[in-house]
Design a protein around this ligand. Structure first.
Ligand SMILES: CCCCCCCCCCCCCCCC(=O)SCCNC(=O)CCNC(=O)[C@H](O)C(C)(C)COP(=O)(O)OP(=O)(O)OC[C@H]1O[C@@H](n2cnc3c(N)ncnc32)[C@H](O)[C@@H]1OP(=O)(O)O
Length: 218
């Protein structure tokens, strides 16, 4: 884990670009993302604001009504997400509901990813809903970020797989409400095993690092 995350010898494994399409998202997907973004704000206010009981009751009543309204519609089929969103190369069309990077999923921080050579880079900010120790991110949420980050990096190889083992070393507490950046890359591939490494920083401070072994499907 001490070598730089450049991975230049591994370019052969990367088949697809990962950067999200810059094409503007419109229509139903734009509204899904907007709704998710507002829900994130509601979650943040719920966890930090000293809201009077009457307003909490009113908000809950409003959301109960909204939940019933949204729940009245039939469930979508997965293929519709892909067909409805953008081109097949727009990978965000496939991952808009991811719990970590999905812009249409309010539980995602969201983690923003870009591919820089063979290094996958991410940016995120943990709100209060992700608190573990006071003022710091929950370790399980950090692990989830690494699972997504390393998992996405290995998904860019010719043989993507599922997480087999994910090992996290928490070096210092990770602050909330702070711009964090992270990076990951495929370190090596051995048979069906894809070994990945990653790091998470707050500024120059290394907060946590991860090793992951992913198993390509048979
Ligand atoms: C245009 C389209 C683009 C699409 C682009 C989409 C991008 C979107 C990116 C999203 C990124 C999300 C990333 C989230 C990723 C998850 O969260 S996946 C969910 C969490 N993981 C799981 O649920 C996995 C559950 N476990 C399993 O299914 C199975 O145990 C596994 C991991 C598949 C392995 O089972 P298996 O294939 O039967 O393994 P087996 O044949 O026994 O062993 C094979 C080898 O692997 C080793 N091994 C087995 N298990 C493990 C293990 N757990 N750890 C380490 N080594 C192991 C064995 O020792 C053996 O080694 P050798 O003897 O060959 O040296």
């Amino acid at each position: 884990m001490n070598e730089p995350l450049d991975g230049s010898a591994l370019s052969q494994y990367f088949l697809l670009p990962t950067d999200a399409s810059e094409a503007p998202v419109t229509g139903i997907w734009a509204e899904r993302r907007r709704l998710a973004s507002i829900m994130r704000t509601v979650i943040e206010h719920l966890t930090v604001a000293d809201t009077p009981e009457s307003e909490l009751r009113e908000a809950a009543d409003t959301l109960q009504h909204l939940a019933a309204q949204l729940g009245a519609h039939p469930r979508r089929r997965k293929r519709d997400d892909i067909a409805d969103t953008a081109t097949p190369m727009d990978k965000h069309a496939l991952i808009d509901f991811s719990p970590l990077i999905g812009l249409s999923n309010p539980i995602s921080p969201p983690l923003e990813l870009t591919l820089d050579g063979n290094t996958l880079r991410g940016r995120l900010r943990f709100g209060t809903a992700y608190e573990g120790p006071p003022g710091c991110a929950h370790g399980g949420c950090i692990a989830a970020v690494f699972d997504e980050l390393l998992g996405y990096a290995q998904s860019l190889t010719s043989l993507p797989g599922m997480t087999g083992t994910l090992t996290i070393r928490y070096r210092v507490p990770t602050p909330l409400h702070t711009e964090l950046h992270c990076e990951a890359r495929v370190q090596r591939i051995s048979g069906r095993k894809i070994f990945c490494v990653g790091r998470l920083y707050a500024g120059e401070t290394l907060c946590a690092e991860a090793d992951g072994v992913f198993l390509a499907s048979r």
